[in-house]
Unconditional design. Structure first.
Length: 547
C-alpha cells in the first residue's frame, strides 16, 4: 500500500509540474530589476488578469505556463513602472496648448514666441504661455508690462513662470482683472517698478486675481489635452503619478474620465487646501478605483527660492530686506493641520524654505506625535535647518523631493541662500538616511518630466552637460539603488500603495517599463540618452517605441 501511495504521489507531482497554466503574457530573456526586499534580479515574469503571477527564470516560466502572448526582451533591462511623486498633471496638459516659453534665452525670445503663437491662433481671446525663467536671462534689462503692451495692446496676456509661482501680464489683463494699484494680497505680491507703477509681475496668491478671468476650455478640449499629456508620460516610462493639489471641479472631472476609462495612467490625486472642499471630500471618504486614488490633502506653506518667496529663518543672502513669506498665516496652517489630523486622510505640505519646514515639522509633531504611521509628507524641503533633519524621523514625516531642482537651481542658488545654508539644501541623501526612504518626483510641468532625468540628477548631481565637474553638493547624491527605489517602491509607500505596486512581485499590478540600456550599470554620462522601449500598465502595452 505504501508503495502504491508513493507512486501516486510521484504521479501527482509530475502532472502538476508539467501542466501548463494559461497566462496572458510572459516576458522572458530579460534582466528584471524586481525591486523586492532583496533587490532580486530575475529573468522573466508571467502576467494574468493584470497582475504578476510569477517571477523567475525564463526556462521555468516558459515550461510552466501557456501564454497568449510572449515578449522576448533580448536581454533588455526591465523595471517596475516609474512613479512620479510630484506633478501637476492638469497644468501640464493645459501647457501643451499654450505658448511654450520653456528654455527661452531672453525676454526678446519670449516676445518672439508669443508673436508666432498669436499669428498661428489669432482668434483666441487670451494669449497664454508658460515656462519663462528670468534666471536664464542674466542681467538683461527689460520691463515686462511695457514690452508686452508694445506688441499686444489689445489682447490680454498671461504668462506663467516655469514654476507656476509667478506670472507676467500686460495692461489689458490688469484692466480686465480690475487691478490698477498695488494693494495687499495675503500670501502674494503685486510687484511695482522703480517709480511705483505696476510692473506686470504677480507672485503666488496674487496670480489668481488675473488667472480667474481666463476663459475655461471645454471638457472635450481638456480631455484631448490630458490624453496627449498621458501619452507623453507613457513615452518616458511613467505608469503612476501624484497630482499635487486639485480643486473640487478638477477632481470630479478626473473621476468621470477614469470611470469611463478615458485615462489610463495611475493618479494619486491630492485635494487642494480649501477647507470647504476638504471637508466635503473627507465626508465622502477615500476614493480608489485602481487607477485614480483620492486620500490626501495638499497644503501650501510658502513660495519658492527662485522668487525669494520661500520662507527662510534668516534673510536671503542676495537681498537682506526679505526672508520670504508664508502663503498662509501660521494660525491658518495650524487650523488645517489640526483638522486633517482628526481624520484618516494624509496631509502633504509644500515647505521650501527652512522656516516653513520647521513650522510644518513642529505642527505635524504637535498633532501626530512621535512614531506615528500616518505617512504625512513634506514636498520639496529644499532648505532644511541643521537642527530639523532629525524631526523627519522623530515625527515620521515622509520627504518628497525633486532631484532635478538641484541641478536646475545650482547656477544661482548659492548667491540666493549663501554657502552655509547651501550644504543643507536639496539634501536628498541626508533626508533619505533620516527617514529611511525618499519619494522622487519631477515637479512637472516646471521641470523635465522624464524620470531618467530625475534619476540622473539624483545619482550624479550634474546637469545633462555633465556640469559641474564632481557634482553639485555631491555628498547628497543617492546611490542608484536608492534612486530607483525612490521612483518605484518608496514612491508607492509614500502613497500607501506598496502592497499593490512599486515592484515586480507576485500579486502586484503588472506595471513595468523596458529601457534601451541598463540604468543600474551604464556609465553616468550615458544616462541622459536612455530611451523607453515599452511601457506597460496592468499587463497592457500603453507605449511602444517605433523601431
Amino acid at each position: 500500500m505504501k508503495s502504491i501511495l508513493a507512486a501516486l504521489g510521484l504521479l501527482f507531482l509530475f502532472v502538476s509540474c508539467t501542466t501548463n497554466h494559461e497566462v496572458d503574457l510572459i516576458v522572458y530573456n530579460a534582466r528584471v530589476y524586481t525591486v523586492d526586499s532583496a533587490f532580486t534580479i530575475a529573468e522573466a515574469f508571467a502576467i494574468r488578469g493584470g497582475v504578476f503571477v510569477e517571477v523567475g527564470s525564463s526556462e521555468r516560466l516558459l515550461q510552466r505556463y501557456e501564454a497568449k502572448e510572449t515578449i522576448d526582451a533580448q536581454g533588455a533591462a526591465i523595471y517596475p513602472g516609474f512613479y512620479d511623486s510630484h506633478t501637476h498633471f492638469l497644468d501640464f496638459a493645459a501647457s501643451l496648448d499654450m505658448t511654450n516659453l520653456y528654455g527661452a534665452a531672453s525676454f526678446d525670445d519670449v516676445l518672439q514666441r508669443l508673436q508666432a503663437h498669436h499669428k498661428a491662433y489669432p482668434d483666441r481671446p487670451w494669449l497664454v504661455g508658460a515656462g519663462w525663467d528670468q534666471e536664464r536671462w542674466g542681467d538683461e534689462p527689460f520691463t515686462v508690462r511695457d514690452s508686452l503692451d508694445k506688441y499686444f495692446p489689445d489682447i490680454p496676456v498671461y504668462l506663467s513662470r516655469v514654476d507656476y509661482q509667478a506670472a507676467s501680464v500686460n495692461s489689458k489683463a490688469l484692466e480686465i482683472a480690475g487691478i490698477d494699484t498695488a494693494f495687499y494680497v495675503e500670501g502674494g505680491l503685486i510687484l511695482t517698478d522703480s517709480v511705483g507703477r505696476l510692473s506686470g509681475v504677480l507672485m503666488d496668491n496674487a496670480m489668481s486675481l488675473v488667472r480667474e478671468h481666463i476663459p475655461e476650455v471645454s471638457d472635450d478640449q481638456e480631455l484631448r489635452a490630458l490624453t496627449k499629456a498621458e501619452q507623453l508620460l507613457f513615452s518616458v516610462g511613467l505608469t503612476s503619478i501624484v497630482d499635487a493639489g486639485m480643486n473640487e471641479r478638477d477632481l470630479e472631472f478626473l473621476r468621470n474620465l477614469y470611470t469611463s476609462k478615458k485615462l489610463n495612467i495611475r493618479n494619486y490625486a491630492m485635494i487642494e487646501d480649501n477647507l470647504r472642499t476638504v471637508r466635503r471630500m473627507i465626508r465622502s471618504g477615500y476614493y480608489d478605483d485602481g487607477r485614480l486614488s483620492i486620500r490626501s490633502v495638499k497644503l501650501t506653506a510658502d513660495g519658492l527660492l527662485r522668487t525669494r518667496s520661500a520662507s527662510l529663518l534668516a534673510p536671503y543672502s542676495d537681498d537682506s530686506t526679505t526672508r520670504g513669506f508664508l502663503l498662509q498665516t501660521p494660525a491658518e496652517l495650524e487650523r488645517t493641520i489640526k483638522e486633517i489630523a482628526a481624520t484618516n486622510f494624509q496631509l502633504s505640505t509644500r515647505a521650501v524654505g527652512d522656516s516653513a519646514a520647521r513650522l510644518i515639522l513642529d505642527l505635524y509633531g504637535k498633532y501626530l506625535g512621535q512614531n506615528n504611521t500616518r505617512r504625512w509628507r513634506i514636498e520639496h524641503a529644499q532648505v532644511v535647518n541643521e537642527f530639523d533633519f532629525e524631526k523627519f524621523d522623530r515625527f515620521r514625516v515622509f520627504p518628497s523631493l525633486q532631484p532635478a531642482h538641484a541641478t536646475s537651481d545650482m547656477h544661482w542658488v548659492r548667491n540666493r541662500i549663501g554657502e552655509e545654508r547651501l550644504h543643507n539644501a536639496y539634501a536628498l541623501k541626508r533626508l533619505a538616511d533620516n527617514y529611511g526612504m525618499v519619494a522622487i518626483g519631477s515637479g512637472l510641468p516646471g521641470e523635465n518630466f522624464n524620470p531618467i532625468n530625475s534619476f540622473h540628477a539624483a545619482v550624479t548631481r550634474v546637469d545633462a552637460n555633465g556640469l559641474p565637474e564632481g557634482g553639485f553638493e555631491i555628498k547628497n547624491a543617492l546611490t542608484r539603488r536608492e534612486a530607483l527605489m525612490g521612483m518605484t517602491i518608496w514612491a508607492a509607500q509614500a502613497c500607501f500603495q506598496e502592497t499593490r505596486r512599486g515592484n515586480i512581485q507576485r500579486g502586484k499590478d503588472a506595471d513595468f517599463v523596458i529601457l534601451s540600456q541598463d540604468i543600474m550599470t551604464i556609465p553616468d554620462g550615458e544616462l541622459p540618452s536612455v530611451a523607453v522601449l515599452r511601457t506597460v500598465i496592468n499587463g497592457e502595452t500603453v507605449y511602444q517605441k517605433k523601431m
